[in-house]
Structure formats: C-alpha cells, structure tokens
Write a protein that binds this ligand. Sequence first.
Ligand code: EPZ
Length: 418
Amino acid sequence: MSTILVNGGRVLTGTARVSGAKNSALKLMAAALLAPGASVIRNVPDITDVAVMADVLRHLGATVTRHGHTLTIDATGVADVEAPYELVAQMRASIVVLGPLVARFGRARVAMPGGCNIGSRKIDMHVSGLERLGAEIAFEHGFIEATAPSGLTGADVILDFPSVGATENLLMAAVLARGTTVIDNAAREPEIGDLVDMLVAMGARIEGRGTATLTVEGVEALAPAEHATIGDRIEAGTLLAAGAITGGEVTVTGFEPMHLEMVLAKMVRAGCAFEILPDGATVRRTGPLGAVDVATLPFPGFPTDMQAQFMAMMAIADGSCVITENVFENRFMFADELKRMGADIDIEGHRAIVRGVERLEGAPVRSPDLRGGAALVLAGLAAEGETRVTDIHHILRGYEGLTGKLAALGADVRIAED
Ligand code: EPZ
C-alpha cells in the first residue's frame, strides 16, 4: 500500500510550476466527442482521473494518444454511446460525456455516477436542463439514458444553482442544438471559460463567456480543434498554502493569479504577502498566521476545493475562525484526521470552528478525499515529527507529482511503498 511520508518543520522556498487544470482537462476531453476528426489538447495533467476519462472515450470508440502532456483524441470512430459503470464509478465527472453524446448522436447511456465521500453529487440539474433541450431521459438499471432522435432544440434554461458540471453538460449539448439556448445562473468558474474557448475553436457560437448568462447559437456541425488547458488554480493554491503554512517563500507559476483572487485575498488577511506575476504568484509569510473566517461559494467566491487546505493553515493560526462549507454537504471528513494531529476543531453542521494551536504533531492519518488528503500533507509539512498519509490514491487522482513538487521546494516528503 502506498503512503506519503512527511517529516515536518522544513521551511519551503523556491519555484514550482503547476500542471494543467484537472477540472478543465476532463471536460475538454469530453468536448472532443462533438466532432469527427482529431482534436489536440495540450497541458493535460498526467493523473489517474485523466487516464480514466481516456478509457471512457476509448470505450466509446475514440482513439486517445498521449505525447507528454498533449492528448490527441480522434472521435471519428465513436460508434458506441454507453459509458459503463466500471469506468464512471471510478471517476464521476464522466457524466459530462452525456451532453456531447446526445448532441452529436441523439442518444447517450451513462452509468449513474453516484455519490462520493464529499456528498451526494446529484445530477438533477443536468437532467432537467437536457429535458429542456428536448432530450427524453430514462433511468434504468443504474443508467441514465438520454435520447433525442430528431436532435436537440435550443431553449432557455435557468439553473437552480450555478453547478459547474450541469453548466458544462448543457453547454456541450446546446452547441449542436437547433436554435438558441440561454443558460442562466451558469457557473463562472475559470474552467467553464476554458471549455467555452475550446468549443468556440471547434466552431461553436457562444456569447457571455465568464458571466452567469451563456447564450449559444446551435450550429450544424463542429470541427476538431487544438487547445491548451489552463493551469490548475487549485493545485496552485495548494502549493502556495504549503509556502504559507511553513513560513517560507514560494513562487508558483503556470496559472492565472486572477483565478485565485479570493484565495489570495483571504491569505493576505491571514498574514501572507504576495507578489503577483504574469503567470503566477509568490507568497511569503510576514509574521504568524492570523485566523480568518471563510465561507465557500461558487466562483468568484472562495472555492470549496481550497477549503481543506485553508483549514490546515488555520489549524496553526493565532486565534479562532469559522469555516463554512456551502457547496458540498460532507466536506469536513479530513478535519477528524487533522484533530488526530492535535488540531482544535469543532464541526457543527456545515460550520467548522477552528481554534489555532501552537504546533501540530505528526501522526498516521488517512486521506478521505482528494483535497482533504492534500490538506493532511500540508499539515504534515508544519507538524512536529513524521506524518504518514494513507489512502493516497485520492491524492494521486488529482495532483500530478505533488510530493516531487513539494520536495523540490525543500520539503522532506516522499511516497513509500509498504
Ligand atoms: C466540479 O464538481 C469539480 N469537479 C469539483 O472539484 C468542484 O468542487 C465543484 O465543481 C464546485 O466547484 C470537476 O470539475 C471534475 P457542481 P461538480 O455541479 O461539477 C450540487 C475536486 O476536488 N448539484 O458545481 O460535480 C452538488 O451536489 C472536485 O477537484 C446538484 O444538487 O460540482 C454539489 O453539492 C471536488 N444537482 C453542488 O451542487 C446537480 O444537478 C456543486 O456541484 C448538480 C450539482
């Protein structure tokens, strides 16, 4: 069993470059299904989630080849429209093949992704949006079946909540629908803008990039395109938090700092100083970390994917703060592990009260999910002694070479095979 071993107390310094954004690359790969021919996606992270999505596309009949961080996806041969349970269960974001498949082929059959450790991960907005576009939806034997034998028809869709996945699925359905689709209350995460950029490069007609209202003029057909994935802002925030929690000076490049504006603002409030660079940022600590309240919200609010990493910082901050998780219903599981390292945290529903302590103690801990696992590694960097993080498959699925990047910054961290 693989374990991440961290010996804490090192001050991190130096420069790290992030990989391409996991939460964009997976959707860009699905977008390649919309056109026959070979699309080229650059800056794709080498992580297990991408490998699973590649297997989903291959199962559908596409060819997927990787050269370094570039994927070539040829969707000419896509003949099947079924994404099987054994693949979807490994990576629930596979649900975003639903929109492109029903748009191009008039039919899609995707295993229901089910929940995960952080919440129920419902897909009702995906389904109701596709129905608004004229798809007929059936649920049977654990699959969602969407059919539109005479194609999809543009419509006005308003999302109850700015769901990232629902916005992406509906965008990729609307681009080939007859007529105009308006998606209101759309998600505004930077990964949505990245998907819009690739779809437009394929010939789609989309207005409102970056806003909560996306207007799509359907077209007859799309063509393959070349596109570079944006840098991973959550990986960047995680590496910057590593600098902050150890009191070092760390530069992270390869991402757009504006994509992390709220995170940087909260870290400044917590006593960090930043130098903003054209393609990244440098963080340094100007004194002890101070406690700062945070509430997670859809973009441009504080990203839920940085909640755990920020809580690790607050665990050793001066004072107490309240961290409110508004996006997922069960995203504090890692807090119990953090408490085993000496953190003083009380969970009350979707609020965590964090009282900073002098130092954390290294301990054996279990990674409950992707970002919680990363947060435990960060806590280990600042803790006294050795921290052993198990169940690290959660971490490897979303971070490319995290331990290598941290070690290059001076951390005493490695992956050990037990
Ligand atoms: C994406 O998940 C990301 N994953 C998540 O990152 C991220 O936390 C999330 O967006 C929010 O930013 C990928 O992009 C692969 P949502 P997604 O639809 O699309 C509820 C990580 O750590 N909801 O915006 O699933 C849902 O249950 C991962 O990298 C419905 O109720 O997020 C959740 O509570 C974790 N009905 C909330 O909305 C729906 O139809 C936000 O979900 C859809 C969603």
